[in-house]
Design a protein around this ligand. Structure first.
Ligand SMILES: [Zn+2]
Length: 260
């Protein structure tokens, strides 16, 4: 019963000397493929090197809305699209309005900046025919509108760590976008209903480790092996066997990222 972790961050484990242990745990849990997701130039650099010796791990490059410091950082993105081992998507990119400053002008500036770097990266993805991994928090309408404007088709869009409601899920479903659920599903009851209405052909699962540890591992740090617990929980909520859920999400993940 193999499974893919469609969204993880591995750089911290590496820098702390724990990567071998974490990858061994993942192998024991039959996490046979992983997508390591970029957030800023230093992890793009790291992943591009790291995947050379780890054939079962793919990577993405993208400037995260909360990590981005300036527009200039985007200049380095196209370099990675020329690498021998290319990123499988642009991401994670998007909008995050969760902790905006109260003061209006400061708030507007941050929103404008996030929108600008988001739109620029979508343009790059479109020009290179790459799928996009979307980080969107408390900003559904803006995210959705910018995506529509980008002209990118729904089947090339993945909303990672799904945290919106049923009506947003319906919108994404009609748009043909993919969605991925993380460990929060195991302890946030409000995520169960959206999961139940998700298009099963567009459904993925992820850890987003080292964050968002699923039950029963909280408050430990999350790692790819723990995707098992989220998969088990999701399968139960969807009234399907764990085996069926793993196969389904495996195929969907391979399809979305065009993994080999
Ligand atoms: Zn992430």
């Amino acid at each position: 019963m193999e499974i893919i972790d469609s969204h993880c961050h591995l750089d911290d484990f590496f820098h702390e000397g724990k990567i071998e242990e974490v990858l061994t745990n993942a192998a024991h849990a039959l996490v046979t493929k992983m997508v390591a997701v970029g957030t800023q130039p230093k992890d793009w650099e790291f992943y591009a090197e790291f995947v050379r010796n780890h054939g079962h791990i793919s990577y993405t490059v993208g400037l995260h809305p909360l990590v981005a410091e300036n527009e200039k950082e985007l200049d380095q993105l196209p370099i990675f699209l020329e690498k021998e081992i290319k990123p499988v998507a642009i991401g994670e990119i998007g909008l995050d309005y969760h902790r905006l400053p109260k003061e209006q002008q400061a708030k507007d500036e941050i929103i404008e900046f996030q929108k600008l770097i988001f739109a620029k990266q979508l343009e790059l993805a479109k020009a290179n025919d790459l799928p996009v991994v979307i980080h969107s928090r408390q900003a559904f309408d803006d995210t959705f509108n910018i995506l529509i404007d980008s002209g990118i088709v729904g089947s090339k869009i993945l909303f990672h760590c799904y945290g919106y409601g049923v009506s947003e899920m319906e919108k994404l479903k009609s748009f043909g976008a993919f969605v991925s659920f993380a460990g929060t599903l195991t302890f946030r009851k409000e995520q169960v209903e959206p999961l139940k209405v998700a298009n099963l052909d567009k459904l993925l699962v992820e850890t987003d480790c080292p964050y968002l540890t699923p039950e029963p591992h909280r408050p430990k740090r999350n790692e790819p092996a723990f995707i098992r617990d989220t998969a088990r929980f999701a399968a139960k909520m969807l009234d399907m066997s764990e085996n069926y859920f793993c196969n389904l999400t495996y195929k969907n993940t391979e399809k979305f990222f065009a993994l080999k």
